[in-house]
Each structure stands twice: as structure tokens, then as C-alpha cells.
Design a protein around this ligand. Structure first.
Ligand code: F0G
Length: 458
């Protein structure tokens, strides 16, 4: 008999989670104004809100927590991280930050000015938020296949080189301080970018003398997809692939709360020392001194160890395999899911799930609410609420994809939890026609509204 797959780790510590009743959940979600960010985590049974900072650290990472050096300047933990950044990412300079958006803030403070344009492949919301906050514009050049959940393409995160070249050609490059390639592309459904696309994007950027940066939050998961899907990479190690990916870019921002398997942290990396020096001023102002950047020494150590663990094939196979396991279960129940499955999450196509409810009634948020009521599972809307309003017209802008994301924390849940989640979603799918109306907004903040907005059932 072929031996079945089993996780390459065993569990040393467990955390109890509590089930609740449907009536309790109906009350709690109403009190939370139908915004799942407002729920107490104790009211959630399986939390798939995000894979960010929700990871289970390893025994070795916990050991780093105990041995962290808390010196203000020049801490040993910083040098440990610096060594890993050089060795694994091949990047000569970096600044630690407290998380990914802080890295964006530091980099963009050094590079962006009003009226600038930042092309990329579907920028993440905080990235777009930081660009628009500076009165600059994020231009999405993702390939069209990314926006059709029924089309199968191995690298749906790819940038469309023609779209990118049109932007580069039709604007003065002085107005384009950088291009950002998000690996994997969260907003397109956790979809990877191929090595070929990375290389060709880098060549194009070089031709126009525009620096190329990674948003590297999920760089290791991207490397896994290159290994298993792209010709010529199957016999390369993940660490070799990661080195090659980073060899094409001028720098990166990273939320270390994802693929560094840490609970907090981030960094911004540079190939150019001058740019690093320029950004250092903002790091000191917003984050902290250059060798800790808003983190405790112990966090830097855990992050350094996490970079090493997340770039191991066995770990990635288990992690991405679990995402696919949930995806397959949903698919078997007839639930419309984005394919191929992403690296960190399964994305449910809410427009196809609720074809009778208009997007203007926040279909994906409605699905998130119904799934929570059904089983205490918390997902997150990646749709109209997240896309926010057009900064010029102030009106909702409707993204092509209206998705419910079920993001899986790393090394936290078992496949029984995945079975439970698929069954709960299956129950909502069965009663979908009895759900007649969506939601409306009662209160919203001027920017990044999805975190704090209040909604009502129509
Ligand atoms: N870039 C990407 C691609 C992200 O997915 C995130 C965060 C960030 C940047 C910002 O990093 O949260 O550390 O400040 N994504 C989380 C998510 C919040 O749930 O997908 P951060």
C-alpha cells in the first residue's frame, strides 16, 4: 500500500478552542455589526481570518525567544537575522520593521511623492493604502486570467508585461519610482508568479531604469509553486529557488508574519546602500533604531529561525498540501472555488455562490457572515469592501473578483478542522437560495474601511 501523507512535525503544546451555538453566533455577529474583525476571538471556533501572525512557532523558534538579546543597538539577534537575510535572500542591506505595512511606510517615505505611479500585480490593500495616502496611484497590471476563477493557469499572479510596458512607456519614468511584484499575489487569490515572469519583469524594469521590488510576504510559498510547476526547477532546492527569485530584484518589503512563521515582524531589504541610508531616517523616526526597528530582540531571533524553516520543502509540501486539501473538499461539495488553489488560502467565488445577490450588497461579506453563523468559522472578505472607494469619486469600486478567503494559519489546524470547515460551507451552499438579501454599510472610515466599518442586513 502506498503510504499516506503525514505532517513532518509533531505537536508539543495545545491550545483549547471553544464551540458555540448557532443562537450565540447570531447574537454575536449582530453585536459585531456584521464585521468579523469586531468579533472576540473567543467567539470563533476555527479562525481563518488570516495567516498573518497566527502561525505556530517551532520549538527552535521558542528557543530563540528565550535567548533573544534585548540590547538597544547591535543586538546579537539582529546579527543572526542579518546573516539569514544575506544567506537565504541574498540581500546585502535590510531594516527590521514591526510588520509589513511599516516596511511599506519606510520604503515609500523614501521613494514616493504626490502624483507618482506604482505599477504591480494586484497590490495588497495596505500597499495600495500607503500609495494612495501619498496621493500617488497604484496601477494593477496582473494578467487577465487572474480574474476568472474558472480558468486554470499555473501562475495566475504573473504580471502582464504588455500592460506594464504600456504604463512605463506612457509616463515619464521619473513618476514611476518603483514596480512592485507581490509573491505570491494575495489579492489575486494567493497565486504565484513564475520565475520566468520575475526575470522578464526585471529585464523590462531595467530597460526603463525603474527599480523592481518584491512584496515578499509569501516568498517561500511562491518558491514552492515554482519548484512543482515550472519547467527546469523540480530538482532545485527551495533555498536555491528563493536565491534566484531575489537575485532579480532591487529590494523587497516583507511582512514576516507570513512566511517567516513569526507572530510579529517585518523588514525592508535593499541592494543599494544609498537607498538604505535614505530609508534609515524614516525607520528611526517611525520604527526604532536600525538594529531592532520596532521589534524585541527575541522577535528578531524567531524571525531568523522562521526564515530557515519556511524555506524547507517538507514544511511547504505539508503547508500548501493542507490548503489544497480544504480546496478539494469544497470542490467536491460543488462550492465554486478559485483554481488552482492558492498558497495560503482557499478563495470562494461569492458571485458564483450567490448569483442572485448583487455585488453592491457585499456578496463576499454576506458569505463570511453566513459561514460564521453556520459553524463558527471566521473567513475574510476580499471584495468590494476591501477594494474600498475610488479616492477621486468617493464611490465604491467593484473588483472583478468578489471572494471569501479562508486563510490557513501555518502549522495550527489539523485536517479534521478542514473537514469541519468544508462541511459548514457546504451547509451554507445548500441553503443559499433561502438567503435573499445582502448587507449595507452604516458607518465607514475614510481609508482601509473594512477593518472598522459597521453593516446591517438588508
Ligand atoms: N503585503 C501582503 C501581500 C500582505 O498580504 C500583507 C498583509 C501585507 C503586505 C501587510 O503586512 O499585515 O504585516 O502589515 N496581509 C494580511 C492578510 C493582513 O491577512 O493577508 P502586515
Amino acid at each position: 500500500m502506498k503510504l499516506p501523507y503525514a505532517e513532518p512535525y509533531r505537536i508539543k503544546t495545545v491550545e483549547m478552542i471553544r464551540r458555540s451555538t448557532t443562537d450565540e453566533r447570531k447574537r454575536w455577529i449582530r453585536e459585531a455589526r456584521y464585521n468579523l474583525f469586531n468579533l472576540k476571538s473567543d467567539y470563533v471556533f476555527i479562525d481563518l481570518l488570516t495567516d498573518s501572525g497566527t502561525n505556530a512557532m517551532s520549538d527552535r523558534q521558542w528557543a530563540e525567544i528565550m535567548t533573544g538579546d534585548e540590547s538597544y543597538a547591535g543586538a546579537r539577534s539582529y546579527y543572526k537575522l542579518k546573516e539569514r537575510v544575506e544567506e537565504i535572500l541574498g540581500m546585502p542591506y535590510f531594516l527590521p520593521t514591526h510588520q509589513g505595512r511599516a516596511a511599506e511606510n519606510v520604503l515609500f517615505s523614501a521613494l514616493l511623492k504626490e502624483g507618482d505611479i506604482v505599477p504591480g500585480n494586484a497590490h495588497f490593500d495596505t500597499t495600495k493604502g500607503h500609495i494612495e495616502f501619498r496621493k500617488a496611484r497604484a496601477v494593477d497590471c496582473t494578467i487577465d486570467e487572474a480574474f476568472d476563477t474558472t480558468v486554470s493557469h499555473p501562475f495566475k499572479g504573473n504580471i502582464d508585461l504588455e500592460k506594464l510596458e504600456t504604463v512605463l512607456k506612457s509616463n515619464s519614468t521619473e513618476k514611476i519610482p518603483l514596480v512592485i511584484l507581490t509573491v505570491t499575489c494575495n489579492s489575486a487569490g494567493g497565486q504565484p508568479v513564475s520565475m520566468r515572469n520575475i526575470r522578464e519583469t526585471a529585464e523590462l524594469c531595467r530597460r526603463y531604469k525603474v527599480p523592481l521590488f518584491f512584496d515578499a510576504a509569501r516568498f517561500a510559498e511562491n518558491a514552492y509553486f515554482i519548484k512543482v510547476r515550472e519547467e527546469g526547477y523540480s530538482s532545485k532546492s527551495i533555498k536555491e529557488i528563493v536565491r534566484e527569485m531575489f537575485s532579480h530584484v532591487d529590494g523587497f518589503t516583507m511582512s514576516a508574519k507570513k512566511d517567516a512563521i513569526a507572530n510579529i515582524g517585518g523588514m525592508v531589504g535593499f541592494r543599494d546602500e544609498e537607498l538604505k541610508k535614505k530609508a534609515s531616517v524614516f525607520n528611526i523616526m517611525f520604527e526604532g533604531y536600525l538594529t531592532y526597528g520596532g521589534l524585541a530582540g527575541r522577535d528578531l531571533g524567531a524571525l531568523a529561525q522562521g526564515l530557515d524553516e519556511s524555506t524547507e520543502f517538507d514544511y511547504l509540501e505539508s503547508r500548501i498540501g493542507q490548503v489544497a486539501y480544504l480546496g478539494e473538499k469544497c470542490k467536491a461539495l460543488g462550492i465554486p472555488v478559485q483554481e488552482p488553489f492558492g498558497g495560503h488560502a482557499v478563495f470562494v467565488d461569492a458571485k458564483r455562490f450567490f448569483p442572485h445577490i448583487p455585488q453592491a450588497e457585499y456578496t463576499a461579506q454576506l458569505l463570511a457572515v453566513e459561514l460564521y453563523i453556520e459553524g463558527g468559522v471566521r473567513g475574510v472578505e476580499i471584495g468590494t469592501l476591501l477594494a474600498d472607494r475610488d479616492p477621486e469619486t468617493g464611490k465604491d469600486r467593484y473588483p472583478k473578483l468578489e471572494l471569501l478567503r479562508l486563510a490557513i494559519p501555518r502549522r495550527v489546524y489539523t485536517n479534521n478542522h478542514m473537514d469541519y470547515t468544508a462541511a459548514a460551507l457546504g451547509n451554507v451552499f445548500e441553503r443559499r437560495e433561502s438567503i435573499k438579501n445582502g448587507l449595507k454599510i452604516v458607518k465607514e472610515a475614510p481609508i482601509l474601511r473594512h477593518f472598522t466599518m459597521e453593516l446591517e442586513r438588508l
